[in-house]
Design a protein around this ligand. Sequence first.
Ligand SMILES: [Zn+2]
Ligand SMILES: [Zn+2]
Length: 360
Amino acid sequence: MHAKSVPNVDNRSPQERDPRLQSTIIICDFEWNGCPEAVALESMSTHVKTCEHKKCKKCGHSVGQTPEDRHTDDVCIKLLLKDSNELNEKLQNLQNNYKSVENDKNLLTKQMKEMKENASEMDVKYRELEAKHQNLKESMDSVSKSNIKQKHESVDSKPVETNTVDKTADEMKTIEDNVKQTAHRLRDTLHVQYILFGTYRTVPKSVELYEDGIQITDIQPNNGNRKFKYDFILQFNDMQRLAICTDPSLPLLCIKPVEDYNRMVQKGLHLGSNSPNGLRFDINSYDTSEQNIVIVLKERISDEFVVLLSDQLKRLNRRCNCHLIGLADAQVVVSTNVSEPQTTRTSIDNIIESVVSEHW
Ligand SMILES: [Zn+2]
Ligand SMILES: [Zn+2]
């Protein structure tokens, strides 16, 4: 039999291996400062690390290990003052930090407020644009509707519905006005009694108002030739002056055109040097009766119509002078033209009237 080999390992503590090494119990170094602990010699260094009594009871700062190290009041006061100063300094730093954070915060708040204001301004502008766009769309729709409605008015006259009656009178009036205005806004037929080109009086087939001017259709020239008739578009751009009389007894538009238009009318209607009978149109004439195109209407001219017309004229031709005239001035404009040699005027009128009646 072989003896088993025993490994040479001993995990026991020195005290366990040798009872003579049983540790000495000693009291804490800070017993003088109130520590009640008594521990084994080898554990003392560990205890001292965490001993609560190594600090002065009055000021909380470390004290030495002997009773002689006990703080006098002077030492405590000095240490406490030092603490107080350090705390004040920290407090001051904190306050400064707080102030600068507060400033940053205010600056950010201000910037955010400005951004919000800008955003809401943009929003308002956007809404305004959107509303304008919508209005434009609606007025275009209502114009096309009212055009269709006018055409079918006689056929399609529905009774007024109950809920329409319930609307207030004001609302109804506003709607009516809007329809009237939008109907006028783009185009309108002018019901014309007659037109004077200078001293030449004629009745065209129709006179239409468009966005950019007035179209006169089928004008008989001053040469007795019934086969040729002219259509003239008198654009707002071609006008030097527009006078409007809204008096119901003589509603008229009195227009002085520009030079190019002057020449075109003279040549086309035989009212310049090619006039066969002395009837003339010439914006440069000394005779004021020869200077204007006068459109005399059968119907009264509304204030809305005047506003629309003059606004459109202002938009398209700022140089044109647009103004209202009274009845007396309107009568002068017309009667001056009528004061042509009776025979000529009458004979021409007769020709025109016969042409017109044939035409209709
Ligand atoms: Zn202790
Ligand atoms: Zn102290």
